[in-house]
Design a protein around this ligand. Structure first.
Ligand code: GDP
Length: 170
């Protein structure tokens, strides 16, 4: 009786970013840590990966992306703090996401930025003097987290933040 009012939610979440930033590891970490038959929220995660935006093959890639993006409610865009080039593509991933996907109320889907592999240091963030809060505001991210799929740092917190914003958008 006490669970009578609980609703089960199923959301498709995208995990996007360059090759090798840790998308698969983040998904594995999240799914394994959170698996519980009594959990009232469940996720389908789709890892969308690409290591280039080269114009050759872009059309084919673009069409594939539409299929992956369809009906997603939120996204993590991931970069690797040890590789500046993976941060440089974050804005392209975000533009691509917003171009291909919007909610029925024509809002953009909630997107959270993940600075992954923080167990390796934070070179990209400190060397470039990037103001992350400002970067998130300017580029339409609802938040950002330094994460480590390896050490299980901030994965749950980031997921919680994304879910909170998905629910607020509904
Ligand atoms: P994907 O291509 O984005 O799916 O990246 P993977 O999940 O396959 O990870 C690429 C490599 O980075 C693998 O060798 C992972 O073990 C490693 N990796 C992923 N996340 C972390 C992390 O948080 N810290 C460290 N040190 N390595 C990680």
């Amino acid at each position: 009786m006490q669970n009578h009012h609980l609703k089960e939610h199923l959301y498709k979440i995208l995990v996007i970013g360059d090759l090798g930033v840790g998308k698969t590891s983040i998904i594995k970490r999240y799914v394994h840590q959170n698996f519980s038959p009594n959990d009232d929220r469940h996720f389908i995660c789709h890892a969308v990966c690409s290591d280039s935006f080269s114009s050759a093959g872009q059309e084919r890639f673009g069409n594939m992306m539409r299929v992956y993006y369809r009906e997603a409610m939120g996204a993590f865009i991931v970069f690797d703090v040890t590789r500046p080039s993976t941060f440089e593509t974050v804005t392209k991933w975000k533009e691509d996401l917003d171009a291909k996907l919007s909610l029925s109320n024509s809002k953009h889907v909630a997107a959270v930025l993940l600075a992954n592999k923080c167990d390796q240091g934070r070179d990209v963030l400190t060397n470039n003097g990037i103001k992350m809060e400002q970067f998130c505001q300017e580029n339409g991210f609802v938040g950002w987290f330094e994460t480590s799929a390896k050490e299980n740092i901030n994965i749950d917190e980031a997921a919680h933040c994304l879910v909170k914003h998905i629910i607020a958008n509904e």
